[in-house]
Design a protein around this ligand. Structure first.
Ligand code: LMR
Length: 332
């Protein structure tokens, strides 16, 4: 039996978040037998609504009262964390740190206690810092398995696929695989267009395309004009990654998707850690029943332009990662 938990602490404005669409997509997955929703408000109503859909998953909704978090997380196989507040125009993802860091830490503590073997997928921003926070909390509790901790960067890949398809006149989907590596914020997002089979990005379009992938999140924040950040595309991306993990657990082979992982703890990761000098980096990971089976090194043979982007990505990532780690060791 696969129990999935969607935990969304502090989504006071539920319609402005990705929780409802993501919970709907997860309810449709044949790989989930039980879907537990956890939030500070509204989960019983959303759970009842979803429960009328005639797909396999049994849906339950929990609130913080009476240790609802522990009940929701208990023995989960996979925990998806989109918790926290979204950005408003003019904010960076790092501006969310002060609120979201503590929320993610608290949720990971619950997970460590009642679902220590769960796959944990962190969507909460700033991902570049919240994933290191999760790793440090799990390490302190003695239950860290790097192969099962993922920062979800799939929306960057989804955006890159869409934008490259527009330029190259290709169909999206299976026709195009665009590796986007590094982190999930501004210049730490590193699209590797040189690795897209059968596509050459014209020189005069290259910089704008890189910028659009790196700041795609800002494009949505601006367009929503104060009403939050990406919810629907993020729900799709979160679901796409979660479903790949679930399929791998069910035994399907050949599943690869970039994710922000702790390199020293995953097979193949040491090579990328050595090349970048950072311990957390998004790389294409080969998924299996135990999580990351192999981290691929996407940096061999990259172009000079990509090398310049890589340097900027590494420099941004160093600060973000350090901020997350010190939050756990020296709480404010
Ligand atoms: C995104 O990439 O759309 C999300 O990380 C949300 C955001 O703040 O941009």
């Amino acid at each position: 039996m696969v129990k999935a938990v969607l935990d969304s602490f502090r989504s006071q404005e539920l319609t402005r978040t990705n929780r409802q669409p993501l919970s709907l997509l997860l309810k449709l997955s044949p790989y989930i037998d039980e879907l537990a929703l956890y939030d500070v408000v509204n989960t019983p109503g959303v759970a009842t609504d979803l429960s009328h859909i005639s797909t396999t998953a049994k849906v339950t909704g929990y609130l913080p009262k009476e240790e609802g978090g522990k009940a929701a997380f208990k023995d989960a196989d996979i925990i998806v964390i989109p918790a926290g507040i979204p950005r408003k125009p003019g904010m960076t993802r790092d501006d969310l740190f002060n609120i979201n860091a503590g929320i993610v830490k608290g949720l990971i503590e619950i997970a460590a206690e009642v679902a220590p073997k769960a796959f944990i997928l962190v969507i909460s921003n700033p991902v570049n810092s919240t994933v290191p926070i999760a790793a440090e909390v799990l390490k302190a509790k003695g239950v860290f398995d790097a192969q099962k901790l993922f920062g979800v960067t799939t929306l960057d890949i989804v955006r890159a696929e869409t934008f490259v398809a527009e330029i190259a006149g290709k169909k999206t989907g299976s026709e195009l695989t665009v590796p986007v590596v590094g982190g999930h914020s501004g210049e730490t997002i590193l699209p590797l267009f040189s690795k897209v089979d059968g596509v050459t990005i014209p020189d005069d379009k290259y910089d704008a395309l890189v910028n659009r992938v790196q700041f795609g999140g800002d494009e949505v924040v601006k367009a929503k004009d104060g009403a939050g950040s990406a919810t629907l595309s993020m729900a799709y991306a979160g679901f796409r990654f979660a479903e790949k993990v679930l399929k791998a657990v069910a035994g399907e082979k050949g599943l690869v998707e970039p994710s922000f992982v702790y390199l020293p703890g995953v097979p193949g990761g040491a090579e990328v850690a050595k090349a970048t000098g950072v311990d957390f980096f998004s790389v294409p990971v080969e998924l299996g029943p135990n999580g990351v089976e192999k981290a691929q090194n996407p940096l061999t043979g990259i172009t000079d332009k990509e090398k310049t982007l890589l340097e900027a990505a590494i420099s941004g990532l160093k600060g973000n990662i350090e901020k997350g780690i010190s939050f756990v060791h020296n709480p404010p």
